[in-house]
Design a protein around this ligand. Structure first.
Ligand SMILES: *[C@@H]1O[C@H](CO)[C@@H](O)[C@H](O)[C@H]1NC(C)=O
Ligand SMILES: *[C@@H]1O[C@H](CO)[C@@H](O)[C@H](O)[C@H]1NC(C)=O
Ligand SMILES: *[C@@H]1O[C@H](CO)[C@@H](O)[C@H](O)[C@H]1NC(C)=O
Ligand SMILES: *[C@@H]1O[C@H](CO)[C@@H](O)[C@H](O)[C@H]1NC(C)=O
Ligand SMILES: *[C@@H]1O[C@H](CO)[C@@H](O)[C@H](O)[C@H]1NC(C)=O
Length: 742
């Protein structure tokens, strides 16, 4: 990201890849891929955009809502160019990146926000060191925690030390062994080499938990040859001695920068897959003289930290107040020409580990436009070939009316993404010349440090916080905003960015169409397999011999078609095919389902008929329970019961004449309708409440207003005997949503 194709880092990386990197027109890095059967070259930003699209879709399908905001992590050693390039990738996808968060800061947030026992603000902060060795890099940071705040004190790194280097050692070892033992060269064939990498990674993991000899076996590795070898942990550690030695350096650098002693460190938290290697863990523990802790999930700690940061920044979530102050990994300086003499001025505006995000205001005295150049003050400490960050021309500067120099205030900033910018410039006019000439910028800088912008909102960049000096009452001043022309190292540019946005949009659309097409094809395939299975199982009895033969033949033919001429058809072709199959399949399926449901429904109908008939009988016998029901009403019940009995008898006998492979004489939907009809007529009659009898009661002031009557008990008991229907008796059951709170 954000590197030129001929960047030595890119060239080195290129050798290890199984795909081709090529230069882009703008000198950037392109990746050659086949897309829609054609060779395409995509920029690195586009490739990352594709990955982000995938992640966005995964998140959306899990959350079942659109995702627009995100927080993306970057290694803390990423320079401005790399960070901007990644932000461009997010923009290509239409993701609003609320913050680019340094890996280690994300880990620290994930650690701190859940800790209940952090010191109170007035107490001494707790110092925790985080160590991360992932696939490709080694990063460490020291953080100070208090109940509501985390501050990154310093970071250090080895950008070229990670799990893949350990895998590489194993690969080199086995390549040599395979060469001498089998006369095969895995490095000559990329596919074989990748397979060897995979197996070596597995071997490495096994060696982390087992110190005995572990075998490596790969069948049909190259030229139909099976290869095998073995390795044990102590052998492996010897092989990686030089890598293990490199662990100490960033740790030393961290302690030196932060002026911390190992005794100051309360805990050392390790994350990242490669910290599982026992020798790596041991080295870290030995350095700090204490056991390392593994409180955090080694693989997910960073992603979780980002999710938490995103929740904090988003208005949609309420998260406990927890402020995060990051540190600037590389010192940044500004360079300018002094107007009078032809000399240059330099000032380090952000020292190493300066709090970020942060803004500063610098004051210049000038008669015309001038240029500032920002660069990393310590190029050797930056893993990037270019120390320049950008050139900024402060435009529209003019002398005052009396010919004197104008006072120009320039705001420089490291923003929430860790990116430097000259964010605003303004000319103060009129200004009484207080001092003489090209004023001492340094002192101005020190006196005008502003508070860090803690809520990382960028909105206050344009206007707002005027430097306090401007408000001094003695002279009336006016601030005129000045345009700034910025020329940044490795900028994608609006035009290219817009083109990428458009291309990505088209590809997303294309993917969607392709997915629908595939789903349609899969639906046909699934139908064929599922139906064939069922035809020789549960559906067998529900299709006559002749139809079975015809349908089976069609299924077989369709299967063949799917792998031959129908392999790559338009979506509609598959949709039509499925329709054709369903014309034959659905009747069989229906007969089967009907036969499954019918007996149960008929039984239920029988029970209800019995139930109402019994009540009618009891009514005729003058049973106490139903004495209050009107005679006419009860006759309606009796009439309905006898009609439904007749209907049911007819249905049962008609159905008895049908064989299973014939369409049913009575459908379950009809039985359901009958059941409903019966209930609708009878239920209101038989459940009529008994009129309330004013029986004398003992006065109970508490129960005075309640409708509770001893008789009601009888009702309740009666109700509980009733067969339960469709859950109607217990509406509350339907409202109970069981939640799986994982
Ligand atoms: C601890 O908290 C207080 C108040 O919240 C803050 O001023 C102080 O700087 C914090 N200390 C650290 C190390 O973050
Ligand atoms: C590890 O392998 C080396 C070299 O093959 C061997 O000398 C050593 O005994 C082995 N150690 C264990 C614990 O198996
Ligand atoms: C270690 O690996 C060896 C070889 O694969 C195996 O026989 C042994 O059971 C393993 N031991 C443990 C503790 O997993
Ligand atoms: C492996 O196969 C390739 C091509 O089939 C052949 O050129 C090469 O000589 C073979 N190597 C060995 C060691 O047999
Ligand atoms: C955050 O920034 C906004 C806009 O600049 C400001 O109005 C608000 O007071 C700030 N909030 C905090 C907590 O600093």
């Amino acid at each position: 990201h954000g590197r030129a194709f001929n960047d030595p880092f890119v060239q080195k990386e290129k050798e290890k890849l199984s795909y081709d990197l090529v230069p882009m027109k703008n000198g950037g890095v392109g990746v050659k891929v086949m897309y829609m059967d054609e060779e395409h070259i995509f920029s690195v930003e586009q490739i990352s955009a594709m990955l982000l699209t995938k992640l966005k879709e995964t998140a959306e399908s899990n959350l079942k809502k659109p995702v627009t905001d995100c927080v993306i992590s970057v290694p803390s050693f990423f320079t401005d160019a790399e960070r901007r390039s990644l932000l461009d990738a997010a923009q290509i996808v239409g993701l609003n990146c609320l913050r680019l968060m340094n890996d280690m800061t994300a880990v620290a947030l994930n650690y701190g926000i859940y800790k209940q026992d952090l010191p109170a603000p007035e107490e001494k902060p707790r110092i925790v060191v985080f160590v991360d060795m992932g696939h490709s890099a080694f990063q460490v940071s020291a953080c100070a925690f208090n109940k509501s705040k985390l501050k990154v004190l310093g970071t250090a790194f080895d950008p070229f030390l990670g799990g893949r280097n350990f895998d590489g050692k194993l690969v080199d070892y086995f390549c040599a062994e395979i060469k001498s033992k089998y006369k095969l060269d895995p490095k000559a064939k990329v596919r074989a080499l990748l397979r060897l990498y995979q197996e070596c990674e597995k071997l490495k993991k096994l060696m982390s938990s087992n110190s005995t000899d572990i075998p490596l076996n790969i069948e049909c590795f190259m030229n139909d040859t099976d290869v095998s070898g073995k390795m044990n942990r102590s052998q492996f550690e010897e092989l990686c001695a030089d890598l293990l030695q490199r662990i100490e350096m960033p740790l030393l650098s961290l302690m030196e920068q932060t002026q911390l002693k190992v005794e100051d460190v309360t805990a050392v938290e390790i994350v990242g897959g490669a910290t599982r290697i026992p020798a790596v863990k041991e080295r870290i523990a030995k350095f700090f003289g204490k056991d390392v802790s593994t409180t955090l999930n080694a693989d997910e700690a960073i992603a979780r930290g980002c999710a938490l940061q995103c929740a904090i920044l988003s208005p949609a979530f309420k998260v406990r107040e927890f402020s995060v102050t990051d540190a600037t990994p590389f010192p940044i300086s500004l360079l300018w020409n002094t107007e009078a003499e032809d000399t240059e001025g330099v000032h380090e505006v952000f020292s190493r580990n300066h709090a970020a995000p942060f803004s500063k205001v610098l004051t210049f005295y000038r008669k015309g436009p001038f240029e500032l150049e920002a660069f990393y003050s310590d190029p050797n400490g930056v893993p990037y070939p270019e120390s320049k960050i950008g050139r900024y021309i402060i435009q529209n500067v003019a002398a005052q009316k009396d010919g004197e120099k104008s006072k120009v205030k320039v705001k420089v900033r490291v923003n929430t993404h860790g990116i430097f910018s000259v964010s605003t410039a303004s000319m103060v006019e009129p200004v009484k010349s207080e001092e003489s000439e090209d004023v001492n910028v340094e002192t101005e800088v020190e006196s005008q440090d502003q508070r860090p912008i803690e809520n990382s909102s960028d909105t206050n960049e344009k206007k707002g916080d005027q430097p306090p000096e401007a408000k001094k009452p003695k002279i009336k001043v006016k601030n005129v905003d000045l345009p700034i022309e910025a020329n940044l190292v490795w900028e994608l540019g609006k035009e290219l960015l817009n083109m990428y946005i458009e291309t990505e949009g088209k590809m997303i659309m294309q993917d969607k169409l392709e997915k629908e097409r595939n789903d349609a094809k899969n639906a046909v395939e699934e139908y064929v397999y599922e139906f064939r299975d069922k035809l020789s199982g549960p559906y067998e009895k529900f299709v006559c011999e002749k139809d079975l033969q015809g349908f089976s033949a069609l299924l077989t033919e369709t299967e063949g078609w799917l792998y031959e001429e129908g392999e790559d058809e338009a979506k509609q072709v598959y949709v039509d095919k499925l329709e054709d199959l369903k014309k034959l399949g659905t009747p069989i399926e229906t007969r089967y389902q009907e036969a499954e449901e019918r007996p149960k429904l008929l039984e239920e109908l029988g029970h209800r008929l019995q139930y109402y008939a019994t009540i009618a009988g009891e009514f005729r016998n003058k049973d106490e329970k139903y004495i209050h029901i009107d005679e006419m009403e009860m006759m309606k019940v009796e009439k309905c019961v006898s009609e439904v009995v007749e209907w049911m008898n007819n249905a049962v006998s008609a159905q008895a004449k049908k064989s299973l492979d014939q369409d049913p004489a009575v459908h379950s939907s009809e039985i359901k309708a009958k059941l409903q009809e019966l209930n609708n007529v009878c239920e209101p009659v038989v459940t009529q409440p008994k009129p309330k009898v004013d029986s004398p009661k003992e006065e109970n002031p508490l129960n005075e207003r309640s409708d509770f009557k001893p008789e009601d008990m009888g009702e309740d008991e009666k109700n509980s005997e009733m067969p339960q229907q469709n859950g109607e008796c217990h509406p509350s059951d339907q409202n109970t949503i069981s939640m799986d709170l994982d």
